[in-house]
Design a protein around this ligand. Structure first.
Ligand code: NAP
Length: 348
């Protein structure tokens, strides 16, 4: 379904100048349902034209009508609409709450509200039913707050969801995360060129806890967390875009390797059934290449929205191990936020 420009749903981008904000602008410029009504960022950028304030990092030029838009401060002074947040977590908590209080539908990428019991933490194909949690939210004026998981967690939970049917018990994951995941300017070049940094602040805790909520069940308005143990080690690597994760898994009922590949390849979710504009055709691609997946080769798979999995093999400690790759600013942020908004528009 494509809407005429006058019928498109207006949206505002909070944190429009950052890595995630720029990706939102690129994706929304061609979105069939949504159109950008306002751009917000910090006091440093407010009052300037977008083209003047932003350090544009995207490969395509800034859409001309966006370059001339005036940036506003993050105050809910525009008409109520959907607010996509790419705000730094140091400020996201308060600003997002204020927008929800004022009746906006806030779709956030920041960590601040993710684990609150009444806030859905959603990957469109994995747990769309959790969006029902918004019915228990108490914001006045019909405000809603929905969150995206951490960028690595989105790829990881997509890979794990089809394996839950085999009684997934334990997961060990080592991530290799791109520099764009740290925002702009992010990690200093002298720290990351010719180097790997085995520490990303707060990341291991997110990878160990967020999947338990996402893979849990919504029962009587409450999420019952998945009974699963996850141990994570997170590393920053000198790759621009594309987070990789090397994962070992242990099951209560060990399946055959073919069962796992079939479960991944045949996996489809609500966004595919509804044919949502941002949905990949297949959320998971299994690649048989001996040295796959790789950021350079696979981060653009299926609108940058698919997770590519490869190298499934036996594990001498657990049952199996494999590697996964997903685009951190698209699948890991903007694309997943768009899917959540598309699900909300379709279902609520
Ligand atoms: P970023 O490049 O540092 O951008 C941060 C944005 O927040 C900028 O637009 C900045 O505006 C704005 N901002 C900072 N301080 C502000 C203030 N006091 N008031 C209003 N706006 C303020 O960060 P990013 O990588 O885009 O990440 C944005 C959020 O998404 C973070 O919460 C991050 O954890 C999350 N996330 C990022 C990724 C990724 O791959 N990068 C993936 C998933 C989730 P100015 O330019 O005016 O300072």
């Amino acid at each position: 379904m494509t809407r005429d420009i006058q019928d498109k749903i207006p949206v505002v981008i909070l944190g429009a100048t950052g890595c995630v904000g720029q990706k939102f602008i690129q994706a929304l410029a061609v979105h069939p349902w949504f159109s950008i009504a306002a751009l917000c960022a910090s006091e440093r950028s407010a009052g300037k034209n977008y083209g003047e304030a932003v350090n544009w990092l995207m490969p395509k030029p800034i859409p001309s009508h966006i370059a001339n838009m005036k940036i506003q401060t993050c105050m809910p002074s525009m008409g109520r609409c959907i607010a996509f947040s790419g705000l730094d977590s140091s400020v996201a908590g308060e600003i997002e709450s204020t927008f929800a209080q004022e009746g906006f539908t806030v779709v956030s990428n920041a960590r601040n509200h993710r684990m609150h019991p009444s806030v859905p933490l959603v990957v469109g194909e994995v747990n769309p039913d959790h969006l029902d949690l918004v019915k228990g939210q108490k914001f006045p004026n019909g405000g809603i707050l929905v969150t995206n998981p951490n960028c690595s967690v989105i790829g990881i939970t997509l890979a794990l969801k089809p394996l839950m049917q085999f009684g997934l018990e334990s997961v060990h994951v080592v991530t290799l995360q791109a520099v764009s995941g740290a925002g702009y300017p992010g990690v200093a070049s002298l720290d990351i060129v010719d180097n790997v940094i085995p520490f990303i602040s707060g990341e291991e805790e997110k990878v160990e806890t967020e999947p338990l909520k996402i893979l849990g069940n919504l029962i009587d308005g409450t999420i019952q967390q998945a009974s699963l143990k996850i141990s994570a080690q997170c590393n920053r690597v000198p790759v621009t875009d594309g987070h990789m994760a090397c994962i070992s898994v242990k099951f209560r009922h060990k399946p055959n390797p073919d069962d796992l590949i079939h479960a991944w390849e045949s996996f489809r979710g609500e966004p595919q059934k509804l044919n949502l504009p941002t949905a990949p055709e297949k959320p998971i691609h299994y690649s048989t290449g001996l040295n796959h997946p790789q950021p350079k080769l696979h981060r653009h798979a299926d609108k940058e929205m698919a997770v590519t999995i490869g190298r499934l093999r036996p594990c001498s400690l657990f049952d199996y191990k494999f590697a996964i790759l997903s685009h951190n600013t698209m699948r890991g942020a903007v694309g997943s936020a768009l899917l959540n908004a598309e699900l909300l528009v379709t279902n609520l």
